[in-house]
Design a protein around this ligand. Structure first.
Ligand SMILES: *[C@@H]1O[C@H](CO)[C@@H](O)[C@H](O)[C@H]1NC(C)=O
Ligand SMILES: *[C@@H]1O[C@H](CO)[C@@H](O)[C@H](O)[C@H]1NC(C)=O
Ligand SMILES: *[C@@H]1O[C@H](CO)[C@@H](O)[C@H](O)[C@H]1NC(C)=O
Ligand SMILES: *[C@@H]1O[C@H](CO)[C@@H](O)[C@H](O)[C@H]1NC(C)=O
Length: 384
């Protein structure tokens, strides 16, 4: 999910708290150590096999987010989370949260013999870029065993939600597991126990189903052809970012669209975000009837009876590790993200204007099998 820029200090604060906790407990420099590590350590580092878990689709007329289960505590309590490559921490509803969290399944720390209270309170603000409204969580730090499939990470840093804004009430999941590009928390612990340092997402449209997350590997049964890998723009950043040399809409480009830009990959966000000038240039190649929607800053729309016939193929160009150009393509069917609540005759369009960054998410990822290779700081894609 996307942290709004004006609140970045809040997000950074949260990340730095967790980074500190991880750095204390878990050696991170796996690759530097491997050349000199004793044989036993090498064997131990290879001890964990990949695990695949099913993901459910949060669908409200359009595919929004994909979520699956973690088990927290001893004995384990099942808690569903969005696996969010756009954030880095783990937070979920708890019994410390009263009425605001009643729609969610809550984790009860008093029923876990391994839970340790961390004693600090913070808050984090997300936006999905979908409805323009902010989502705020109030959090209490702690540690407990976190398990995914049959893989278990003891004493993992996490945050219990103690209050949340009403916007979270509709979510069919209890929390968010950050899957940023720097190993932290659950993922760092598993890698340190010997899981290969990558994960893969098979995010499908609701009608296709069978979405899944594989931690520690690649499910080759989910795609034909080969994966194309591209290197992270900035090694060691917690943000998944690739550099794009240009954008095309319906096969055409313009001087604004030909600019090189860094594009963030955020599995927790469904719409795509581009600076206002870029969004306007893209819409100009689709239809002059697409207009900003006054009540939701950054959102655009068009009469619902016009939208489904519009050609709106978006090609985002990238360069592979071997220097070959390739496109990630968003088909026209993604343009319509559904009617606005304040005017159901107007349908919102996929691209939101947001100055200062470019970000893509589910609307691209559900057309590719994606590999998020933390260890090698690269991303891989194969068409599905
Ligand atoms: C998560 O676990 C619950 C039961 O604890 C189950 O009903 C649900 O289907 C699971 N969700 C997914 C996506 O596997
Ligand atoms: C976990 O399950 C996978 C299959 O999903 C299996 O290959 C692996 O050996 C299991 N790992 C452990 C630690 O039991
Ligand atoms: C791979 O191609 C075969 C033959 O065209 C097709 O039957 C199968 O569904 C494809 N598998 C995937 C995962 O796309
Ligand atoms: C990417 O898409 C553009 C526009 O459709 C096209 O001109 C270009 O050839 C494509 N690049 C590759 C490598 O397929």
């Amino acid at each position: 999910m996307f942290c709004f820029q004006r609140l970045l200090s809040l997000c950074l604060l949260l990340v730095s708290v967790q980074t500190f906790a991880v750095a204390q407990g878990v050696p991170q420099k796996i690759h530097l150590q491997s050349r000199v590590a004793p044989v036993e350590a090498t064997l131990r580092r290879r001890a964990l096999n990949p695990v695949t878990i099913p993901l459910a689709d949060f669908f409200l007329g359009t595919d929004l987010q994909w979520f699956g289960n973690l088990s927290i505590g001893t004995p384990p309590q099942d808690i569903s989370v969005v696996f969010d490559t756009g954030s880095s921490t783990l937070e979920f509803a708890s019994t410390l949260c009263g009425a605001p969290c009643n729609p969610q399944v809550k984790f009860d720390p008093s029923k876990s013999s391994t839970f340790v209270d961390g004693g600090s309170t913070s808050s984090i603000t997300f936006s999905t870029g979908h409805v323009g409204a902010n989502y705020r969580l109030t959090l209490r730090s702690g540690r407990d065993t976190v398990a995914i499939g049959n893989l278990s990470a003891p004493a993992t840093s996490l945050f219990l939600i103690t209050d949340q804004t009403a916007k979270f009430g509709i979510d069919p999941f209890s929390g968010i597991q950050g899957m940023g590009a720097r190993a932290q928390g659950l993922f760092a612990s598993l890698v340190n126990q010997g899981l290969p340092s990558l994960f893969s997402l098979y995010l499908t449209p609701k009608a296709v189903g069978n979405a899944e997350l594989t931690v520690g590997g690649i499910d080759n049964t989910k795609f034909n052809g080969s994966l194309t890998f591209a290197s992270q723009s900035s090694r060691g950043s917690s943000t998944w970012t690739l550099t794009s040399p240009g954008l095309f809409v319906n096969g055409k480009s313009t001087s604004v669209l030909k600019a090189s830009r860094n594009i963030i990959f955020d599995s927790g966000t469904s719409n795509i975000l581009f600076p206002t000038a870029t969004a306007n240039a893209m819409y100009a190649l689709i239809s002059s009837n697409i207009k900003p929607h006054a009540s939701e800053p950054g959102a655009y729309g068009i009469a619902c009876n016009l939208i489904d016939t519009l050609p709106a193929v978006i090609d985002i160009a990238f360069t592979s590790q071997s220097g070959q150009p390739f496109n990630l393509t968003i088909p026209s069917s993604e343009l319509n993200v559904g009617p606005f609540s304040d005017d159901p005759t107007i349908c919102q369009t996929l691209i939101n204007a947001f100055d200062g960054l470019s970000l893509v998410g589910g609307s691209v990822l559900k057309h590719y099998y994606s590999v998020w290779d933390v260890g090698n700081q690269r991303m891989g894609f194969a068409a599905i």
